[in-house]
Design a protein around this ligand. Structure first.
Ligand code: ISL
Length: 551
């Protein structure tokens, strides 16, 4: 029987290669994850999202899958995975897997077969088109997400190209082909039968492509995006998966949907349409950039953030369901972001941001290390990074005549690798992550910011998250039907909102500045402070980054 457990889920994202290394090779693994399940239970989460552990050449850290039915050996074995599922379930923790089916690795047997045999039965599993001018030019001028052209010549062909919206080692699958869709269903069933509780569906709104394959107006990035974002058969394909697979399991899906809108999200998540349970939208992560491109950095503004929150909370009220997150493996850390501060008021501001997003209506996600306030890695050079994306960006910058150094500095600051450095468990040489040098550097501040220190300090962010989690669980009746009301829509310094429903209400008031802020204490109505990041409160004054939860 399907239930709505996803509305009660508190989800913790694990990036397996950087979480915990049990065998000392500097690379995280499944046994390491099992060894930390008690920690996650203590934190209070009841569901894990695992970034990909499938077999893969790791060009994009596992988002390039070569075998959906096996595990990348450095992570462990299928038996290890089965044990992890059981051990998690024994502790009341569900597991959702990353599902990457917009593309495979070019080392997947289907793609290898078409690269080797002209008459391969798998040709129609991918998107292959003849190039223009006798194959000298690609079929269209589209460009992908990693600042590469979206077409590469098929191995062993003079005039044919395959489409890839990410790296050239990640060929896109052809969802128009019913046989391919059956293969996807087989993969879903395999993992659900193994006991998995659902999927985080990678770039799922890219799976349907417009079939005209025409040139588009050239843009600095993502030329042709209208041809592959939210394509014409997206909803049909998702409903087919739901009807043929998910309907038979008590599972949940959260779709990663890039450049999404509220109307689209309602279509994707309204229960009667049977497509997905919720989606990730990225509007709030674009409040400190222009055009949704993180390299076009601009100063964060609370007013912009509040506008976005209002749009999504109001938009999905009683129509769909929101996911709530401030970090993931593609985003830089939230410390020093969204108005928070690295240095002075670091702890206060991290708590302030945490409370502000966590108590909105929706299912909250915590990315590994976020709960202890891990910071960006502060990379000094490209050599310290590992991500395929930043390598491509550096090549692009090298072709720009001006500002090379400045642009490279920005690229390092916003690089995805900032969130991918090893989880800091203690202050030992390799931060308790491993007993040897890790695949990417350990944060320089591991002596101060680590799990052991956080657990020992009763005032820490870790304990604050524990309290937020308890509150969210205890008040799930309010939240499930909760209406969001922005109490100070015009303030550029204070974020104040009320969540109310027939079962009760609560209020969050947060000062997003490092200055004291006056406010009208009537806002608090007759409510009592349940949680705050300061011990003492002033009547109509908020201290720097002070946040209050009132009920
Ligand atoms: O990370 C991004 C920008 O820096 C995003 O544009 C990201 O590429 C996009 O959100 C899709 O992300 C997902 O699919 C990618 C993979 O590299 C990401 O790690 C994954 O989250 C391709 O599978």
């Amino acid at each position: 029987m399907r239930t709505n457990w996803f509305k009660d889920a508190i989800i913790y994202q694990i990036y397996p290669r950087s979480f915990c290394d049990s065998d000392g090779d500097g690379f995280g693994d499944i046994k390491g994850i099992i060894s930390k399940l008690d920690y996650l239970k203590e934190l209070g989460v009841n569901c894990i999202w695992l970034s990909p552990i499938y077999d893969s050449p790791q060009v994009d850290n596992g988002y390039d899958i070569s075998n959906y039915y096996d595990i990348y050996p450095p992570f462990g074995t299928l038996d290890n995975a089965k044990k992890m599922i059981k051990e998690a379930h024994d502790r009341g923790i569900r597991i959702i897997m990353d599902l990457v089916v917009n593309h495979t690795s070019n080392q997947h047997k289907w793609f290898k077969d078409i690269s080797e045999h002209k008459d391969s039965p798998y040709r129609d599993y991918y998107i292959i088109k003849k190039g223009k001018k006798n194959g000298k030019k690609p079929p269209t001028n589209w460009s992908g997400f990693f600042s590469e052209k979206a077409w590469t010549k098929l191995p062993n062909s003079d005039d044919e190209y395959y489409l890839h919206l990410f790296a050239k080692e990640q060929p896109d699958l052809n969802w128009e082909n019913p046989k391919l869709r059956e293969e996807v269903k087989k993969i879903l069933k395999f993992w659900l039968d193994l006991g998995i509780d659902g999927f985080r569906c990678d770039v799922i709104n890219l799976i349907s492509k417009r079939q005209e394959f025409k040139n588009s107006f050239p843009l600095p990035a993502l030329t042709g995006f209208k041809n592959f974002i939210n394509g014409p058969r997206l909803h049909e394909f998702l409903h087919e998966l739901y009807k043929d697979v998910y309907a038979n399991y008590d599972s949940m899906t959260v779709g990663e949907t890039v450049f999404s809108t509220v109307p689209r999200a309602i279509e994707l998540t309204s229960p009667d349409r049977q497509e997905l349970e919720m989606i990730f939208n990225f509007d709030h992560t674009d409040t400190d950039n222009y055009f949704g491109i993180k390299y076009f950095y601009r100063k964060f503004s609370l007013k912009r953030l509040k506008k976005v929150v209002r749009k999504w909370q109001d938009g999905l009220y009683q129509k769909g369901w929101n996911s709530l997150f401030i970090e993931n493996h593609d985003q830089r850390r939230s410390v020093g972001r969204f108005g928070s501060s690295e240095g002075e008021y670091q702890l206060e501001s991290s708590k302030c941001i945490a409370m502000s997003y966590f108590l909105l209506v929706g299912t909250p996600f915590i990315y590994q290390g976020q709960e202890i306030g891990m910071t960006n890695a502060h990379f000094k050079s490209l050599e310290e990074t590992r991500d395929v994306e930043i390598r491509n960006i550096y090549k692009t910058i090298d072709n720009i005549p001006f500002f090379k150094n400045k642009l490279k500095k920005i690229a390092l600051e916003v690089s995805r690798d900032n969130a991918r450095t090893p989880m800091c468990w203690d202050n030992s040489e390799f931060a308790g992550f491993s007993t040897s040098q890790s695949w990417i550097k350990v944060n320089d501040n591991k002596d101060k910011i680590n799990v052991k220190a956080s657990k020992e300090d009763e005032n820490s962010l870790f304990h604050f998250y524990q309290k937020l989690i308890s509150f969210k669980k205890d008040n799930s009746d309010i939240i499930k039907n909760g209406k969001y009301i922005d109490l100070l829509p015009n303030s550029k310094n204070i974020f104040a909102y009320k969540i109310c429903s027939g079962s009760g209400e609560y209020i969050v008031i947060a000062n997003f500045t490092r200055q004291e802020q006056k406010y009208n204490s009537l806002l608090k109505a007759d409510k009592k402070v349940v949680l705050s990041n300061y011990k003492d409160h002033k009547d109509n004054l908020l201290q720097p980054y002070e946040c209050l939860l009132l009920k």
